[in-house]
Design a protein around this ligand. Structure first.
Ligand code: ADP
Length: 600
């Protein structure tokens, strides 16, 4: 059976063969049996008729005389006219004549009284029997009838026998065409079975291939159209199923893509965990926030990945209580930041998303809040100082000092100085707020840098000369250098930087302005001084509003603490950058970049 295992075509061919052979054997057996019985009863009937006819021809006196030689002679002559063997037997079993025996053989024949057919005939019935004849060495059909009954007495028995080989011969001649027919039938059934099996197997194979393709996820290729039968309908159903499946998968994919693109583009970090707080999903914002890579954290616990006990506790509580827990926490790593955390528990089942963390980085918000508070405090403080001083002078003037001309003049001068300071402060604040709110619109034109620098420097000529500070500016290019800038704002930048360089310089020092072309069509302008310098720890904060290294000195010099902040904002509005280098007690260099331009 191994050769048909797994082969649908062969199975069908083999089944056809088995069915046909079984049917043939059954039919042949039944037909042969029926024919044989039919033939035997026919032969038996014919033998009985023959026996009756022959019996009539035998003279009763002859039988009664038991004259064996006469009877034998007569039987012999009767036997010549028929194929059958004729035997006459006396009631006591002695054979009186036999058509197939010689006289000599007759004398040697044994007593036949015990033969079943003879016994029946002696009882007055027609007896028949099929037996192997020792005399003729063949299977024989015997029919025996009683002869010449007189007063119920049987005078003898006439037996007619027929060799069954003749019957067999007839059966054989019938069986041959049956056998040939069956062989042709078997051959035909094998061919038909093979053809049918092959065609069905081919269709089944096509379906199997398609099913394998579907199983591996390829739902695009269809099963070719098939004849309109059960297999065809199955193929059609499979095609329909694949289409429905492909549609559903497409919908799910689209849904998933939409979902993941929302997650990928969210500013909030999202982490989904199972009941054991193992990470199942993480979006790019969360990766950046906690400085982790999703490939290396999948399946790992929150605590070992993010290393925040507070966060882990919030998540555990949310899963435990199946609720939303909101809180804020500060994370020292990878950079110090403030996070607002929403932890929600959605399930307690295993192997599914049990909790979701949505984390927003509110460090910038907090920083802005802090800086706004600081700013308000700083502004109040800056305004309060000159106002307090003005108020003090007014009180003095209202008192005795108001009548003294000389003292009044001094106090009024001081009040004027304070009110100037207030005006400057308010102007600077307004300017800064204008820049920060984006109200500032720059009129960018090519500006001759050398000309602007020398004009800005010349404004400080008198002040510099007072303190013997040398003002220098270096323009190495032979041709004038142009930058793309708003002329008034550029001047404001230069004035602020040169003002500081002179203000914080030592007497007899030097202020040098330099210009250098850099990569990417940029021009770097630097203002170098030989002043007190700035301590290294103050440099990162020097451009902050109201930041001053030495508050008292700055105030004394009339500074507002907003100059560098304005410079930074203006340079950045031009698309440039500003920087500061300084060596305490030796000097500072402030530089900024602008885009190079062609003269218009
Ligand atoms: P202001 O000059 O009005 O005080 P700025 O914003 O221009 O405010 O400067 C902020 C602070 O930076 C100053 O108070 C001073 O301490 C320091 N600073 C600025 N320029 C220089 C410089 N060239 N040399 C030394 N310190 C400087």
């Amino acid at each position: 059976m191994k050769f048909i295992a797994g082969n649908f075509g062969r199975k069908i061919t083999f089944s056809y063969l088995v069915i046909f052979v079984t049917a043939f054997v059954a039919v042949a057996f039944y037909a042969s049996r029926t024919l044989q019985n039919e033939r035997l009863s026919e032969v038996s009937r014919s033998l009985t008729t023959q026996a009756l006819l022959i019996g009539r021809t035998l003279p009763p006196g002859l039988i009664q005389s038991k004259n064996r030689s006469e009877i034998h002679k007569m039987v012999k002559s009767l036997g010549e006219a028929t194929e059958a063997r004729i035997t006459v037997i006396a009631p006591e079993g002695l054979v009186l004549g036999d058509s197939k025996r010689s006289w000599k053989e007759l004398l040697e024949m044994d007593n036949h009284a015990g033969r079943p057919e003879i016994r029946a005939a002696l009882e007055g019935k027609t007896g028949s029997s099929i037996r192997y004849s020792n005399t003729l060495k063949t299977e024989m059909l015997y029919v025996a009838i009683p002869i010449h009954e007189r007063d119920g007495e049987v005078l003898g028995v006439l037996r007619v026998a027929f060799m069954l080989t003749a019957v067999d011969q007839v059966l054989l001649s019938i069986r041959r065409p049956i056998f040939v027919g069956a062989s042709i039938g078997i051959l035909f059934s094998v061919v038909l079975g093979f053809w049918l099996g092959r065609s069905i197997a081919k269709r089944v194979r096509a379906m199997k291939k398609a099913a394998v393709r579907y199983a591996t996820g390829d739902l695009t290729r269809k099963i070719p159209a098939q004849p309109d039968d059960e297999l065809g309908a199955l193929g059609e159903t499979m095609n329909q199923m694949a289409k429905t499946l492909a549609d559903r998968i497409g919908e799910i994919k689209e849904e998933r893509n939409r979902f993941s693109s929302v997650l990928d583009n969210m500013a909030e970090g999202v982490i989904a965990v199972d009941c054991e707080k193992r990470i199942l999903m993480i979006n790019p914002s969360a990766e950046a926030m906690f400085d982790i890579r999703k490939e290396s954290v999948f399946g790992k616990g929150m605590i070992e990945t993010v290393r925040s006990k507070a966060l882990d506790d919030m998540l555990a509580q949310a899963i435990q209580k199946q609720c939303l827990i909101t809180g804020e926490l500060e994370l020292p790593r990878p950079v110090a930041r403030v996070l607002r955390v929403n932890a929600v528990g959605i399930s307690k089942c295993r192997d599914t998303i049990c909790g979701i963390l949505v984390v927003s980085d509110i460090s910038e918000l907090r920083r802005l809040e802090r800086s706004r508070q600081e700013f308000v405090a700083n502004v109040s403080h800056e305004l309060k100082t000159p106002l307090t001083s003005v108020r003090g002078f007014i009180e003095i003037l209202q008192g005795d000092a108001g009548t003294d001309e000389a003292r009044r003049g001094v106090f009024l001068k001081m009040m004027e100085k304070d009110s100037d300071r207030l005006t400057r402060l308010i102007d600077d604040l307004l300017e800064l707020s204008k820049i920060e709110s984006g109200e500032l619109s720059l009129k960018l034109t090519p500006v001759n840098l050398e000309q602007e620098l020398s004009e800005a420097m010349s404004l400080f000529g008198a002040r510099a000369a007072e303190r013997k500070i040398a003002l220098e500016h270096h323009m190495p290019q032979r041709r004038p250098l142009y930058v793309l800038a708003d002329r008034d704002r550029l001047r404001q930048i230069l004035i602020n930087l040169i003002d500081n360089a002179v203000k914080f310089n030592r007497d007899g020092g030097r202020v040098a302005a330099g210009v250098k072309e850099t990569e990417n069509d940029q021009v770097r302008v630097s203002i170098e001084d030989t002043g007190q310098g700035i301590p290294a720890e103050s440099i990162p904060r020097i451009f902050e509003r109201f930041y001053r290294v030495d508050k008292a000195r700055s105030r004394e010099l009339g500074g507002t603490g907003l100059g560098l902040s304005i410079v930074k904002h203006l340079v950045e509005a031009h698309g440039g950058t500003v920087s500061c280098k300084s060596v305490p007690q030796s000097g500072s260099t402030f530089s900024f970049t602008l885009r190079k331009a062609n003269p218009s």
